[in-house]
Write a protein that binds this ligand. Structure first.
Ligand code: PGA
Length: 254
């Protein structure tokens, strides 16, 4: 089995002090009782530095929630992959559904971000997922295929070895409504098949496919039991150590 990966996406929550405090609680808890999953924290840009200082010397990694595709230039309000790497990020979330739907990032824009993240020596966490309308219209497979095809165009086998895919059905994010184990298995298998077809069996087998969408301590046991799930991308429940730690620990029982 691939080493599980649990990513905390703190979105636009927390100031430097509260993010550093939460990071310290997680570091201490995992020092006391190491996790079998790899853990990554994605604070807001403004707290990256404060969190990075708490993480140094621990196995927990730092992620940016987004970045631009250019390394520098006249892009007011944007932040480049070089800048987030300089702050200690070793992962970047790319194509989160809030970027796609709230900020109108297209498949092409998302595709342009992947290579620069990888060229900076960071790992990319590429998010894909369908809306409720698309699911109800039975277009889930078509949407996921399209998102992957466009995003992964031009990437090599080595690039995919440095990437994770997160399946996040848009209708399950922040709604309290999870996808069922069956729905998740179906989509994760489809993603793995796409990767296998495009990059070969070894790349397909070793790619980590995460699930995200209302993962909570209350439902994590049933999700962790899903064979196709290699980890989680956690929003709301990652904002407190009391709810985030049980999600990390759930993989110790897998
Ligand atoms: P949620 O968010 O856990 O609050 O549903 C997940 C995400 O947006 O990555």
């Amino acid at each position: 089995m691939n080493t599980p990966l649990v990513v905390a996406n703190w979105k636009m929550h927390g100031d430097q002090a509260s993010c550093a405090r939460l990071a310290r609680q997680i570091v201490r808890a995992l020092r006391h009782q190491p996790a079998s999953a790899e853990v990554v924290l994605a604070p807001p840009f403004t707290a990256l530095n404060a969190v990075q200082r708490r993480l140094s010397g621990s196995p927990i990694k730092l992620a940016a929630q987004n970045c631009h595709w250019e390394v520098q230039g006249a892009y007011t309000g944007e932040i480049s992959p070089v800048m987030v790497r300089e702050l200690g990020c070793t992962f970047v979330i790319v194509g989160h559904s809030e970027r796609r739907h709230v900020f109108q990032e297209s498949d092409d824009m998302i595709a342009r971000k992947l290579a620069p993240v990888l060229r900076q020596g960071m790992r990319a966490i590429l998010c894909v997922g369908e809306t409720l309308d698309q699911r109800q219209a039975k277009k889930t497979a078509t949407v996921i295929h399209r998102q992957l095809r466009i995003a992964l165009k031009g990437l090599t086998k080595a690039d995919i070895a440095n990437s994770e895919i997160a399946y996040e059905p848009v209708w399950a994010i922040g709604t309290g409504q999870n996808a069922t184990p069956k729905q998740i298995s179906q989509v994760h298998r489809l993603i793995r098949k796409c990767l296998t077809n495009r990059f070969g069996p070894s790349a397909g087998k070793h790619a980590r496919i995460l699930y995200g969408g209302s993962v909570k301590p209350e439902n994590v046991a049933s999700l962790v039991a899903v064979e196709e799930i290699d980890g989680f991308l956690v929003g709301g429940a990652s904002l407190q150590s009391e709810t985030f730690l049980p999600i990390i620990r759930a993989f110790s029982q897998k």
